[in-house]
Design a protein around this ligand. Structure first.
Ligand SMILES: [Zn+2]
Length: 210
């Protein structure tokens, strides 16, 4: 309300928002994820099945329990590879996390490490790429967690803005990610992730960053 007791627009919005959230319920944070299946990936059907029926639902559930709602969209796309060159990614969108699913990470991004996933800013696009060949669900707390959760956390915890390979070489960021993923998985605690993700999402939406 202003001094004369009228409800201002800002107050109205604030009150309406507060009323919509039941007391005691943690606010849920929506995160836009655009899923792109690499049309050129040569994956056996059982590998694709394992991803969609086991790995992805587990990631979705872990985030959801921690108050983070993955809002997904799907679209066509592909990775055009050429020897020694940067891969060309088709089908990416701005202002969202592009979750690109392929069989194995392109050589340039992987450097022969047979990674299950990488997360990068690629020509202004936010990309989490997952190699279905090596992707897995939660296995060992603090050491081997769901590949999708791991890669999405590199974005939400803002590692994506730190130029590689700096944080890939230092074990510190990896441990942080595994630690937060384990808290999500076992204790459904996403408070710290939500705080960082809020800042991340502001930057994701801002065209200046690109
Ligand atoms: Zn990592």
């Amino acid at each position: 309300m202003d001094r004369k007791g009228r409800m201002t627009r800002r107050n109205f919005i604030w009150t309406a928002t507060a009323a919509a959230i039941p007391a005691g319920a943690p606010a849920r944070l929506p995160v836009p994820v655009h899923r792109v299946m690499d049309a050129r990936a040569q994956c056996p059907p059982e590998r694709i099945h394992r991803f969609w029926w086991s790995i992805w639902p587990e990631a979705f559930r872990d985030f959801s329990r921690g108050g983070i709602e993955l809002r997904t969209s799907d679209g066509p796309g592909e990775i055009r590879r050429s020897p020694g060159d940067n891969p060309v990614l088709i089908g990416l969108r701005r202002g969202v996390i592009n979750l690109v699913l392929t069989d194995h990470i392109p050589m340039n991004w992987d450097s022969g490490r047979t990674l299950a996933g990488v997360t990068v800013l690629h020509q202004g696009y936010h990309v989490c790429m997952v190699a279905l060949r090596y992707a897995h669900g939660n296995q060992i707390p603090f050491l081997s967690v769901n590949t999708c959760v791991h890669e999405l956390l590199h974005a939400l915890l803002q590692d994506i803005f730190v130029s590689r390979p700096k944080w890939h070489q230092s074990g510190g960021r990896e441990f942080q990610v595994e630690w937060h993923a384990t808290r999500l998985w076992l204790f459904h605690d996403g408070a710290a992730i939500r705080r960082s993700a809020q800042v991340y999402l502001d930057r994701l939406r801002s065209p200046v960053v690109a």
